[in-house]
Design a protein around this ligand. Structure first.
Ligand code: HEC
Length: 186
């Protein structure tokens, strides 16, 4: 039990302290209680932080940087990642894009109209996949071919190019993956 202490005794050194008088009372219980709670909390937090959760500012920073990498990835990086693949899914997706954006000029059968036939072996701008992706991305504005890069984005350009490449190869009885090789002429 707490022993009875005499309260409100003045320590009697006001002459050294510009006349400020000081009592020698114990700290209030609520204050001491809070103090001990913070001490216990501090110890528990330290143990949890270092030995249970293994948290570290370094790991937190690395995580934030990784998140930023995804969030602020440059369009160039996204473009490099969107590769031209000739999978059935890519070609099917490309067909949908072609029907939406391209048939008006190249025809539903791809044999041309306002734009040239895409099923023959005559290419104004080269017939490798690289050439085709470039023509679709940059367009030929002077001749009425829209630059589709900014409209569709690299991934969709690659899908529709995959469709053009595979349909062209089919029409000519070739292996579509031939077009993936870098050009020997056009
Ligand atoms: C407004 C009409 C128009 C639309 C829509 C259009 N094109 Fe074209 N496209 C053209 C014209 C015109 C040319 C020929 C450009 C030239 O003469 O240099 C062309 C050329 C091309 C070529 C190059 C052909 C070659 O011989 O080198 C490809 C590939 C092509 N277009 C694909 C597409 C795709 C894919 C789409 C849809 C995303 C599309 N085009 C939409 C008008 C169009």
């Amino acid at each position: 039990m707490k022993q009875k202490v005499e309260r409100d005794q003045i320590l009697g050194h006001e002459d050294e302290a510009d006349g400020i008088k000081e009592y020698d009372n114990p700290l209030p219980d609520w204050w001491l209680g809070l103090f001990w709670i913070t001490v216990i909390w501090g110890v528990a937090y330290l143990v949890h932080y270092h030995f249970i959760a293994h948290r570290s500012p370094e790991a937190a920073l690395a995580q934030e940087l990784a998140d930023a990498e995804i969030r602020w990835a440059t369009p160039e990086a996204a473009e490099a990642e969107a590769e031209l693949v000739l999978s059935a899914e890519a070609v099917a997706e490309g067909e949908g894009i072609f029907r939406t954006y391209c048939v008006a000029c190249h025809g539903a059968n791809m044999m041309g109209g306002i734009g040239p036939n895409l099923l023959d072996d005559e290419w104004l701008h080269g017939g490798t996949s690289e050439n085709i992706v470039k023509t679709i991305t940059d367009g030929v504005p002077a001749m009425g071919m829209v630059p589709w890069g900014p409209v569709l984005g690299a991934e969709q350009v690659n899908r529709v190019a995959a469709y053009v490449v595979s349909k062209n190869a089919e029409a000519l009885g070739r292996d579509p993956s031939d077009a993936l090789r870098p050009s020997e002429g056009s």
